[in-house]
Design a protein. Sequence first.
Length: 607
Amino acid sequence: MQLQVLNSPFSQEQVELLNRILPTLSESQKVWLSGYLAAFQFTGVIGATVAKTAEHSSQSTEKAITKEVTILYGSQTGNSQGLAKKAGSTLEGKGFQVTVSAMSDFKPNNLKKVQNLLIIASTHGEGDPPDNALTFYEFLHGSRAPKLENLNFSILSLGDSSYEFFCQTGKDFDSRLEALGGTRLYPRFDCDLEYDDPAAEWLEGVLSSLKEGKSESAALVPASASVLKVSEPVYSRTNPFYAELLENTNLNGRGSNKETHHLELSLEGSGLTFEPGDSLGIFPQNDPALVDLLLQELPWNAEEKVAVKQGDIRPLHAALLSYYEITILTKPLLEKVSKLTNSKNLEDLLVSGNEGKVKDYLHGRDLLDLVRDFGPWGKTTFEFVSVLRKMPARLYSIASSLAANPDEVHLTIGAVRYEAHGRDRKGVCSIFTAERLLPGDTLPIYIQQNENFKLLRNPETPIIMVGPGTGVAPFRSFMQEREELGINSKSWLFFGDQHFTTDFLYQTEWQKWMKNGVLTKMDVAFSRDTDKKVYVQHRMIEHSKELFEWLEEGAAVYICGDEKHMAHDVHHTLLKIIAKEGDMSLKKAEEYLAEMQKQKRYQRDVY
């Protein structure tokens, strides 16, 4: 249908423009446009941007810009997922049609249909993809990956520069998509723990590239998209809530080698909500004694003012106490520090080929070691603090159900103390909460949602929980939630620690749940109570036949705890059990477990 000048309120020029644009719109675009016009009939003005016209066979032809953008995220703790949703909301507000999906929920074969792809991925462990990115990662790096000459892409990579393979997953995606023929829409950004500002800069660059259209043509973009923005919670990672500590109890008995604290915090007035499986972020303070020792080695006054960020000026002592990370060294930090000191030893350490020596030096040392080993320090205070990394929040699995404990959140935190390089060392947040946090004190917190570690929606699904030590925390939240909601489907806990008498965390609660039927089975392993060390994976093997029967019934398996050792061992134990009891090869067992993961019946919260 063509508009005519005679029966419309538009000028000839406007009619010609509308007649060119309207036939190019999809049905969903027409619906969106009609709603947009209705919402802004009094104040809105629709603007159109004209991009470069494509040339085909020496002739100029106009074509609507591809407004469809696919955002895939690979996330272990929820950071990449949160950024993906925020990016999707921003792009939708600019008139783009956006699909946001976990890599595990995306059909890899559909990749060849995608023209604009944004990948937001974290790196897990020693350079590995997150669990929900593994299948997509393997497909993309396999022989079945399609050619992607028509793909425009950009990568936002999250990582931790204290690890050797910093942002490796994002780097791998970036190089592989290029090798398959894709074109970078915008350069890859590698983000350290403080990712907010670089992520915003990356998204701005991506948006600019999408608007330019490269070889594409004009598109309709709303002049104002404020009504499309997703409302953010009042309190977040960038605006933490100061929660009052209600209770701080040591869960371990007298004589234990461990010190595990149960914390109860008030959320009253915060508006914060969470689900079992989510985590709590805490912004801690450094050890004041360590800060004092550091200042004794530096040539500056502790009260000298430093600008930690624009508009935030603090005394040096306060900045080192609450703002800067001083307990972890990274290679990028060594490289920056080398420009502030004339130390020949540091210069020699950073010579190409000494990567092994650098790795050895970084392990177990902190900023005090660095200052002592590679002084003197003659640069200004500003230059010194400018190379330091902002202290990141520490994430802990939530150990309570909001339904069972309204306006409260509970945590289970093990105190970290060890000796290295002739000095006693302390975990920043664990010792902050264990030694210096008293009832009535407040601390800055935020909720970190984790969609990758959740109870399934079907309440009849049996669950198997494996959580040694503080890894039991989220399973306490699971049990509280199930009890509160009256869910009585089968549940099985594998718990392990050192000694039964001193280290059975939340023992009376598990026994109560066993008695009232909320918990069906419980198997425990206390490694120091017998001559031969027994761990949770040994208990799993002892019950391999029944465990496999649960899996065949559709049970979901949840693992929480140390990734490098425990989770690795439990994973391989599961594979052995599936292979043995299912009478299948190890390869088939891997496929069985991969299918469970695809169905969200195999979930891990590991660190």
